[in-house]
Design a binder for this molecule. Structure first.
Ligand SMILES: Nc1ncnc2c1ncn2[C@@H]1O[C@H](COP(=O)(O)OP(=O)(O)OP(=O)(O)O)[C@@H](O)[C@H]1O
Length: 221
């Protein structure tokens, strides 16, 4: 499904060179739910961004569904991201002056479909995260956990094959965190969505199939 070979990422400025990742080899199979753990600054978000095609590696190979990604133009990468990948972030990143259902529709604006069809899919996605009753609420009228559920609905509305989650429970208390993990587990179990999650929280990581540990930009066994 997703394969990384010898990935290296170096951030360069005129005076400074930071090796954020080095020698990363990883194979994530379809339907796997993995977590990435490591101390602050160890390279977790950098790794997630490279796997999610939001950033490029300085060296190494990445392939998605057996297709090598290197040679793609930005516009092709944007299309792959929009069609095949979904993203959830710690800070939700909802648009405050749009209702929940309108936030969920956003990824579908790039696809040719009628407004009615788009709206129906957004409602289905809100239903799947148990939030259909809040479809017309604005983000400020929702709790943190509910906002994250809207963000999950937005991430899954386009039926991505891989979901990337960067500290999805980082802003939530433990009960809300567990609810979010339950939703992710169910998506993984029922819909075979592959999920790659960065977390600091060992309890959340223990709920996934496999933990990949990063230290100082390197994978540790
Ligand atoms: N745009 C950038 N320019 C220069 N250095 C960067 C940049 N982004 C990240 N880094 C450096 O790369 C390393 C890895 O950063 P990254 O954000 O991936 O770590 P992380 O494990 O996700 O950290 P945290 O848990 O604190 O979010 C850090 O040393 C960081 O300072």
């Amino acid at each position: 499904m997703i394969r990384l070979e010898n990935i290296e990422k170096v951030y360069r400025t005129d005076t400074l060179e930071t090796v954020a990742l080095s020698g990363i080899n990883l194979h994530v199979k379809k339907g796997e739910f993995i977590s990435i753990m490591g101390p602050s600054g160890s390279g977790k978000s950098t790794l997630l961004n490279i796997m999610g095609l939001l950033d490029t590696a300085s060296q190494g190979m990445i392939s998605l569904n057996e297709r090598p990604i290197q040679s793609h133009k930005d516009s092709d990468l944007a299309q792959i991201r929009n069609r095949e990948l979904g993203f959830i972030f710690q800070k939700f990143h909802l648009i405050n002056d749009l209702r929940a259902v309108d936030n969920v529709e956003i990824p579908l604006l790039y696809r040719s479909m009628s407004n009615r069809e788009r709206h129906k899919l957004a409602e289905d996605a809100l239903q799947r995260v148990g939030l259909i009753s809040r479809a017309k609420h604005f983000p400020s009228q929702l709790s943190g956990g509910q906002q994250q559920r809207v963000a999950i609905a937005r991430a899954i509305v386009g039926k991505p094959s891989i979901l990337f989650a960067d500290e999805p429970t980082g802003n939530l208390d433990s009960q809300m965190s567990e609810e979010i993990m339950e939703i992710l587990k169910e998506l993984n179990r029922k819909e075979q969505t592959t999920i790659i999650m960065v977390t600091h929280d060992k309890r959340m990581a223990d709920m996934t199939d496999r933990i990949v540990r990063i230290f100082d930009g390197r994978q540790v066994a």
